[in-house]
Design a protein around this ligand. Structure first.
Ligand SMILES: Cc1ncc(COP(=O)(O)O)c(C=O)c1O
Length: 412
């Protein structure tokens, strides 16, 4: 179902060039479909950075907020700050009326420093320093997520009276960047944790989950909603009345050849939700990260070396960029996120190429298992635009690995 929704969009976007392209190379589709906005090109021409730069278009963040909140209405949006914490992005979203999901004291301070009040913050990270819980409480944050006994006890000590969502583990099959194994209690444990929270003076308000980031499979939502519904009933039977369901993040952005239609995706999610809560809909919140900012961001990168296949073991040439896994492209780990790319000024045949970053670390290889089709005549010095790169790039970038500067963000 999910793939139908998404492929529908990909199919309608096919261009003449796509039609003549080799159907065994799905990446050809998006190479031909996408473009870099004139505004972004003009900005990069003017600033002419001598290192990779992430350009985020504020207007696109604005549009994504409207699209997402419309698609998942009436759920209240808590933007996941970790996806892109650039102050201008947060200010744009704050002005739109967004609330924010924060993961640490650093993110709390960032939001507060921008005038975002504590009542618009939810501390959604299940792993928290006790001192950070106390700090959040002192700053006025009252909404937290928890998924284990020790954290509930730490919350009771450091944030007495706080409202708690219990995060459950759900399946993340279909997600390009799964999150569930690290967090979330087993479903059977959730009511017990809610009871414990209540006994310790906290207020258990509901359930949260994360279906995995870049989740293109609507069945994952269906399964998560089924679990949540069962827990609302089980909790009620034991005297705890949950009122809040937190859908987490997971809404996809453009990646590889998938160009999701968020409106259709949202409809699919909400239809499944209604099917599980036909009688009474709880209050809803969601925490989009990727889908809010990915497509607003483009990285301007440069080819620094092309090593022909003869110069390497294996069948492919290697194309090295001035950005790699440690300077912004962390999500290429296991080739999970496959960024759409455009190479300027080269429109010749495409040749499968291994892509790698600049550092002296062999794990700094971006795409090798599935080589990336790049123009055969690509050369050092060519501009490579890495698209849909506004999420989890600058915020993941190391500060100085191999002396490479962290990815600089420009919000325009
Ligand atoms: C608690 C929480 N909420 C929301 C998100 C955002 O998820 P996504 O970027 O898939 O929308 C994350 C991502 O790690 C998260 O940990």
């Amino acid at each position: 179902m999910a793939y139908d929704l998404i492929n529908e969009v990909v199919t309608t976007k096919k261009t003449t060039q796509d039609n003549r392209s080799d159907s065994t190379s799905p990446t050809l589709q998006f190479v031909n479909e996408l473009h870099v906005a004139d505004e972004v090109r003009a900005f990069v021409d003017t600033v002419s950075p001598d290192h990779p730069a992430l350009i985020v278009q504020q207007s696109k963040v604005d549009d994504a907020y409207d699209l997402l909140t419309g698609a998942l209405s009436p759920a209240v949006c808590f933007y996941a700050v970790k996806a892109n914490p650039a102050p201008a992005v947060l200010r744009t979203l704050a002005a739109k009326g967004s609330c924010f999901d924060v993961a640490s004291r650093g993110e709390i301070d960032l939001c507060l420093s921008l005038g975002i009040t504590a009542d618009r913050l939810s501390y959604g990270a299940p792993v928290k320093r006790p001192s950070s819980i106390a700090y959040a409480h002192d700053m006025g944050i009252t909404l937290f997520t928890s998924d284990c006994e020790a954290d509930i006890r730490a919350l009771a000590t450091n944030a007495p009276g706080a409202r708690i969502m219990i995060r459950i583990a759900v399946e993340s099959v279909g997600a390009e960047w799964p999150l569930s194994r690290k967090f979330g209690c087993p479903t059977e444990r959730a009511v017990m944790l809610a009871q414990l929270a209540k006994e310790l003076g906290l207020i258990p308000v509901g359930i949260s989950f994360h279906v995995g980031s870049q989740q293109t499979n609507l069945d994952a939502w269906d399964k998560a909603f089924a679990r949540a519904r069962a827990l609302f009933d089980d909790a009620a039977a034991s005297g705890i009345h949950f009122t809040l369901l937190n859908l987490g993040g997971g809404m996809p952005a453009h990646s590889s050849s998938l160009a999701p239609n968020i409106a259709a995706y949202g409809q699919g999610v909400m239809a499944r939700l209604s099917a599980h809560f036909p009688d009474r809909m709880p209050n809803l919140m969601f925490e989009p990260g990727r889908a809010m900012v990915a497509e607003a961001g483009v990285i301007a990168a440069t080819v620094i070396l092309v090593a022909e296949a003869e110069d390497r073991e294996g069948d492919h040439r290697w194309v090295y960029l001035d950005i790699g896994r440690y300077s912004g492209l962390a999500e290429t780990l296991e080739e999970s996120i496959r960024y759409p790319m455009i190479v300027d000024g080269r429109d010749g045949d495409l040749q499968p190429s291994v892509m790698a970053g600049p550092s002296c670390d062999s794990t700094d290889t971006l795409y090798e298992k599935t080589p990336y089709p790049l123009p055969a005549d690509i050369q050092a010095g060519d501009r490579v635009w890495i698209l849909a790169a506004g999420a989890y790039t600058a915020s993941y970038s190391s500060v100085n690995f191999n002396g490479y500067e962290p990815l600089e963000t420009f919000v325009i």
